[in-house]
Design a protein around this ligand. Structure first.
Ligand code: FAD
Ligand code: NAD
Length: 367
């Protein structure tokens, strides 16, 4: 029996059903929600168990079953958005008729607060690793064929590695393979590849281990987390991005999404804080994008520049911010995204409140 914590707020509980043909078994999830898409479902098939987590607002609806028969490794997921129906099509290993789907495992057919679901990991293979700056690299990981997972814009995942016998977990934010990938045919087809820009800290606990992985090695990657919502873009006119160092990573997909999908958008401005010119991630791509798309403006601010640097210097300040955050119209709907080292984000939030921006107009990326 499904417990229904959403009931009080209106929508009714999800449910599921299944049917089969000679070769296929289809699990159908009825979410009874309209805003469901392929990002909403995370599905994994491991040994004989099948787990599908459907994210419905702040809840997860779980299908978790020990299947009665063997299936092939890969499966497909379809979503009928207008009715909130999800179909997961499994391929039978043998063309026999199944009497039942299987038996329930922990939390099967239940709707639980997302914060209580725990992190679920699958092993992803390192496909490539490219230098981006002197200390930051672009990692490409491949999801197993037995996983369906798409990380929504503005969300992160956790990596897990065992380091000298202890499991260590750290968050990382997927990016696209370049700022221009929305506009070209993908080099690698389908959604199996996930890209990350990661700074390696020589004295760090986790990143040196990550850097030591060889192509073909594995790292465990969790389900997506994070509280950024695409609906924050609705009717948006001015988007301001304040990024420091690798705090640039969530801005990559936010920037591409906004420029591609928000018809009301007039202006996107990125103020990118770094120590030196050598630390700027994807500088030439950003400059090309600013040249190509007149809606996009770019400003670099360096805290430890060389004497040749002609641009802005220092840390985040009230003067820098009030000049930067000019609305394109007095009445523009704005969103300000901020991400970087903790003191940067905290100071930024304080300055933004002092400048009278409301909570709804600010999104800070944190764990
Ligand atoms: P740590 O061991 O944490 O050390 C980092 C640095 O601090 C090193 O230089 C170390 O010497 C120094 N240090 C450690 N402890 C101390 C101390 N006590 N006093 C002084 N100095 C100290 N990073 C990315 O590169 N890319 C991303 O996409 C990304 N996404 C993130 C998303 C979220 C939601 C969050 C919260 C963080 C994200 N990060 C990202 C940061 C990432 O999670 C790690 O914090 C980072 O990779 C450092 O890990 P580490 O274990 O190698 O370094
Ligand atoms: P960094 O040390 O290279 O610093 C980049 C810039 O941040 C500096 O040039 C400066 O302008 C500003 N800055 C640094 N310390 C400051 C301080 N004390 N006060 C005000 N401004 C300061 O940055 P990095 O090594 O690339 O670190 C990036 C940080 O961003 C990490 O702490 C990482 O955890 C965080 N991060 C968070 C998320 C997220 O929460 N979603 C995502 C990615 C990165």
């Amino acid at each position: 029996q499904v417990t229904d914590p959403l009931a009080k707020e209106g929508p009714s509980s999800p449910s599921y059903d299944w049917f089969q043909t000679d070769a296929l078994v289809t699990i159908v999830i009825y979410t009874k929600q309209k805003d469901i898409n392929l990002d909403s479902v995370i599905a994994d098939h491991r040994d004989d168990s099948f787990r599908a987590e459907t994210v419905i607002r702040d809840y997860s609806y779980l299908i978790h079953i020990a299947l009665s028969h063997e299936i092939q490794e890969d499966f497909s997921v379809r979503v009928v958005e207008n009715v909130g129906k999800i179909e997961i099509v499994l391929k039978k290993k043998e063309n026999t008729s199944w009497k039942c789907l299987g038996h329930p495992l922990e939390n099967h057919n239940s709707l639980i607060p997302k914060k209580d679901t725990g992190l679920y990991y699958r092993k992803c293979r390192l496909i490539s690793k490219e230098d981006v700056t002197h200390d930051t690299k672009l990692f490409c990981l491949m999801l197993p064929p037995s996983t369906h997972l798409q990380v929504p814009t503005g969300q992160h995942v956790y990596f897990k590695l065992t380091i000298t016998g202890t499991e260590i977990v750290k968050p990382y934010t997927p990016v696209s393979d370049s700022l221009f990938s929305e506009f070209k045919e993908p080099v690698l087809p389908n959604n199996k590849y996930i890209y990350f820009l990661i700074k390696i800290y020589p004295a760090g606990l986790f990143t040196p281990e990550l850097d030591h992985l060889q192509i073909g090695d594995y790292v465990s990657v969790s389900n997506p987390e994070g509280n950024f919502k695409i609906s924050q873009f609705q009717e948006l006119e001015d988007l301001f991005l304040l990024a420091a160092g690798t705090g640039f990573t969530p801005m990559v997909k936010v920037l591409s999404y906004a420029l591609t999908n928000i018809p009301s958008l007039r202006k996107v401005k990125l103020m990118f804080f770094n120590k030196t010119e050598d630390d700027i991630i994807w500088r030439s791509q950003l400059e090309k994008l600013a040249f190509k798309d007149k809606r996009f403006d770019l400003e670099f601010v360096l805290s430890a520049p060389t004497s040749e640097w002609n641009g802005k210097r220092g840390y985040l300040s009230p003067a820098l911010l009030s000049e930067f955050l000019k609305r394109s119209l007095d009445t523009s709907k704005v969103l300000i995204c901020i991400c970087g080292p903790m003191p940067f984000t905290e100071q930024g939030m304080k300055l933004l409140h002092d400048l009278n921006f409301s909570k709804d107009e600010i999104h800070s990326f944190t764990a």
